[in-house]
Write a protein that binds this ligand. Structure first.
Ligand code: GDD
Ligand code: MG
Length: 345
């Protein structure tokens, strides 16, 4: 089974984290996001993955060239200029056939893809969209269905007065190959604003599969942190790297935690980290590899990418720090803030 993953967006809502790292490669509990996506897809028998890349394509390809176990065949389809979601799918047409999955590259999910595919086949759909309930549908594509699951309306980023349901497009689709003929080649074209509304007008059988399984998109700082919290709480069944040394505490190889340090679970510590005496970690602290937390520094509800140093007595809460940052001694940052790679804070 093939899956096309859209990873060409700029990731602007995650700036400054995504200045140097594409959204698809930001770490999610110390595993690159795209790697988590691949593990998810392979659980459901996907063995051929096409990444549709545009902005910062190299890190994705380099990662999978280095870490390919051979179980999955990878392809990369590049765009000179962004072709938007449907244009990007069209651009990969030569690699697609039969029935296949298409996924947004920034969703962290546990939706059962076997169930989505079975539903698609039972309904005889040409397009199936996985749907998930959310509190604020205005940030997404709202999808109205009838009792049989047939889609009646698709409205991208509606105003509140246009919201008729809390079911939104989860960014997981099943397509029949013939749908590709509906997308004009070599120009920007949107799945959400053009392909779906037009297909509905023309009576193409499109169905919505409602799932209550875990779903979040990691497109903003807040949701990126929430996805970490949810993972550490066990809301989504994914692997957490490191050895679980006690309930809710994972530690990578070659890390050293001083006697007088306090760890309040859940906490994830990468490899080669140094936690000094008097330091306090957690709850909900995730440290990448080679992070050091100096004497009496506190890190809670934060995600620190690899190579960062937190100076003596500093306090971080609700922070996301890119790679190799330096937090100067005594610094306090205690409201939601994100710092790019190599920042001095
Ligand atoms: N190759 C390529 N080219 N990929 C693109 C392009 C492009 O021009 N534009 C966006 N993408 C990719 C992004 O990288 C992302 O993985 C996916 O397409 C969706 O784009 P976002 O920018 O993240 O869209 P969104 O979050 O505002 O809305 C989309 O996702 C929601 C669910 O998270 C829509 O599909 C909504 O309908 C949906 O509810
Ligand atoms: Mg998104």
């Amino acid at each position: 089974m093939k899956a096309l993953v859209l990873v060409g967006g700029l990731g602007t809502r995650l700036y400054p984290l995504t200045y140097h790292v594409p959204k698809a490669m930001v770490p999610m509990v110390n595993v690159p996001f795209a790697e988590r996506m691949v593990r998810y897809l392979t659980r459901f028998g996907v063995d051929e993955i096409i990444f549709s890349v545009c902005y910062l394509p190299d890190p994705i390809r380099e990662h999978f060239e280095k870490h390919n176990t051979g179980a999955v065949k990878f392809h990369y389809v590049f765009e000179e200029k962004p072709l938007d979601t449907a244009g990007a799918i069209k651009n990969a047409e030569r690699l697609l056939d039969g029935t296949f999955f298409v996924l947004n590259g920034d969703i962290f999910v546990d939706i059962n893809l076997h169930d989505v595919m079975d539903f698609h086949r039972q309904r005889g759909a040409k397009i199936t969209i996985a749907l998930t309930p959310v509190d604020d549908p205005t940030a997404y594509g709202v999808v109205e269905t009838d009792d049989t699951g047939r889609i009646r309306r698709f409205l991208e980023k509606p105003r509140w007065d246009q919201v008729t349901t809390n079911h939104i497009n989860a960014g997981i689709y099943v397509f029949e190959e013939e749908v590709l003929a509906r997308i004009p080649p070599n120009r920007p074209y949107s799945v959400e604003r053009a392909l779906y509304p037009h297909a509905l007008e023309e009576g193409v059988p499109m169905f919505g599969f409602v799932s209550s399984d875990y779903w979040i998109d990691i497109g903003t700082h807040q949701k990126y942190l929430r996805a970490h919290r949810d993972t550490l709480r066990g809301c989504i069944k994914v692997e957490i790297p490191g050895e679980q040394i006690r309930d809710g505490v994972w530690v990578g190889a070659d890390s050293h935690i001083a006697e007088g340090a306090t760890i309040e679970p859940p906490v994830v510590i990468g490899r080669g980290c140094q936690i000094a005496t008097g330091a306090r970690l957690g709850p909900f602290a995730v440290l990448g590899d080679e992070v050091s937390v100096d004497k009496d520094a506190c890190v809670a509800e934060s995600v620190l990418w690899r190579g960062t140093r937190v100076g003596e007595g500093a306090r971080l809460r609700e922070c996301i720090l890119g790679r190799s940052c330096v937090v100067q001694p005594g610094t306090r940052v205690e409201t939601l803030t994100a710092f790019e790679d190599n920042s001095t804070v």
